[in-house]
Unconditional design. Structure first.
Length: 105
């Protein structure tokens, strides 16, 4: 199971001091609840004017001021919004232990 996180890629700054970016999310299991929570969290960031989600690519398109885009840890924002992160970690640990036990036997 992949630990959720994100990487942000930003375009060049426009004349208004804004950039448009693509935030690629990995480890997103559901495109319903988790995606909605992430989208809402991104919309609530100061200065963010546009947030769109592309479920086929697990990417968010964001328009934000340059200083916001460069200063935020989007990876942490995504992780805070994903439901059941501790459950995912527990299941991943169990899966690793079962796999290791299977290999030993």
């Amino acid at each position: 199971m992949v630990e959720p996180g994100a990487r942000a890629y930003w375009s060049l700054e426009n004349s208004d001091g804004y950039v448009e970016g693509e935030i690629v999310v990995f480890g997103l299991v559901c495109n319903s609840i988790c995606a909605k929570r992430v989208r809402q969290a991104l919309k609530e960031l100061p200065g963010v004017t546009n947030v769109g989600f592309h479920p086929e690519k697990d990417t968010f398109r964001v328009t934000a001021p340059v200083e916001i885009a460069k200063s935020l840890a989007f990876d942490n924002i995504i992780k805070r919004q994903v439901i059941g992160l501790w459950v995912r970690r527990l299941l991943a640990t169990i899966a690793r232990n079962l796999k290791a036990k299977h290999i030993v036997n």
